[in-house]
Every structure is written in C-alpha cells, then in structure tokens.
Design a protein around this ligand. Structure first.
Ligand SMILES: [Zn+2]
Length: 256
C-alpha cells in the first residue's frame, strides 16, 4: 500500500487526511446494486501489486477463492515496498525488502495460495511512473494466455498504484487478456456515491465467511505494515486498524 510517495504532493492531503470510516461504507445501501463478478474460467490469473500487500488487501479473498477452484495464480510485485518507512532507524530499506517478500509468501499460504508464482520486478518504491514502459513490457509476457489480469485502479490517488494499473491495463490489452482494476486507497479518500468513483463499472466479489476469515489471517501476516516497527513516529504502522477495516469486509470490488 505504502503512504510515502514522492511526486504526489497534490495527492498528499487525500491520503494523509482522516479517511472515511468503515462504518460509513458498511451502512451504504449501494452495495446491493453492484453486480456480482463471476470468477473466470479455469486458467491462470495474474494479480499485479504495486507494493507487496496490495494484492492481498485488494483481492486476498478472491485469491483464496481462485486457489480453491484450481486456478493457477501469478502475483507480480512491481516494487519491493522498501519505501514504507524511509526514516526508520529500526528497519533499513534492504531489510524491508526481505521482510515484505516473506510477508507476501506467508499471506498467500494463509489464503491457500501457497503454490502461487511470485514475480518481482524490483522497480524502485515510489518510482513506478518512471519505469512504466519497462513494467508494461515485463507484464505483456506474464499476461499472455491469462484468463484474467487484475491490477491496482488507475485512479487510486497513489502514484505507484496508478502507474502499475496503467502498465497492466496496456499489457493485458496487448495480450488480449481480460482486465479488471481493484481499488485500495479509494476506500480511504472516497465516500459512498462519490462522483470520482466509476460506480457504473464496479462489481463486487462476495466472500463467504470462511474466505473472509482466511483473508483476515493473511492480512495479519503483514506485520511490518500493520504494527509499529518502533516507538517513534517514523516507525508508525502504515496500515492502522481504521485503514485495515476497509480490507476485512465480506466483499471485494473491481472495476470492469
Ligand atoms: Zn500499495
């Protein structure tokens, strides 16, 4: 997820400001009018993450359902997420790279998706927009033959998410693979019926209780992001409980 970005000063308020409380989303009657997104036919599904955790926050329950139905899974970590705590004196960036890769692997195992192929592109955290063409080229090969490609929403108000989404959308188009986008930060800065959100393209994926529980357990694997690394403000949790709440509900959403 990663809140610390360069080149996004115009977005900073949207992300730093207090977000929409999950109770507001939960009370939204609009959920009922979203169509249910059917799982794709059996085959390989590619889920692109800008940072290691986006794939589980956005689509962890769907990953669990896909694994349970025998789909092949490829998870692409565009960056290694080394920029989540740039001022930390407790954990250095190279240690975050190792920690976050382990966290993703553990989370996928907890989703029943331990067989997923994980591809890491090692693009600098906060710099995906500068490497968008290289990311697109790498993704074209990975998307070839996929029954579905999912990537962060191209209007998520986070530079890395948007650039990864754009690269994936172009790659999926070039590979003739079906493509959907998943929001991550949107749940923080948007509100129900928000005109900035393309609700007409939205579809939901309902998570059975057992899948929701698996997702909760998987999200808990991201210790470096959901718990403070140390007592200082520079080591605060990137994903405090009020943010995590958006990702623990009984449904996920994609834009078609
Ligand atoms: Zn992210």
């Amino acid at each position: 997820m990663s809140t610390r970005t360069e080149d996004t000063s115009s977005y900073a308020d949207a992300i730093q400001a207090p977000g929409t409380d999950e109770s507001v989303w939960e009370a939204w009657p609009g959920w009922e009018s979203l169509r249910e997104f059917p799982l794709p036919p059996r085959g390989r599904v590619v889920v692109v993450a800008a940072h290691p955790d986006d794939e589980v926050l956005g689509l962890g329950g769907t990953l669990a359902r896909l694994a349970a139905t025998g789909h092949g899974l490829t998870v692409v970590s565009v960056t290694d997420g080394e920029g989540s705590h740039p001022d930390s004196r407790v954990v250095r960036p190279h240690e975050l790279v190792r920690l976050r890769a382990e966290e993703t692997r553990t989370a996928l195992e907890r989703l029943g998706a331990g067989d997923a192929e994980i591809v890491r592109l090692h693009v600098p955290d906060s710099g995906v927009h500068r490497h968008e063409e290289a990311v697109r080229r790498a993704l074209v090969q990975l998307c070839s033959g996929a029954v579905l490609v999912a990537a962060p929403w191209t209007a998520d108000v986070h530079s890395d998410h948007e650039a990864a989404g754009r690269a994936a959308r172009a790659a999926a188009h070039e590979s003739d693979a079906p493509f959907v986008e998943y929001p991550v930060w949107m749940w923080h800065w948007a509100r129900p019926e928000d005109p900035r959100v393309p609700w007409e393209r939205a579809a939901r994926l309902t998570l059975p209780a057992e899948v929701q529980a698996r997702k909760r357990h998987a999200v808990d694997a991201f210790a470096s992001q959901i718990r403070p690394l140390g007592p200082g403000a520079e080591d605060a949790a990137v994903l405090p409980p009020e943010e995590l709440a958006h990702h623990l509900r009984p449904r996920e959403v994609v834009f078609l």
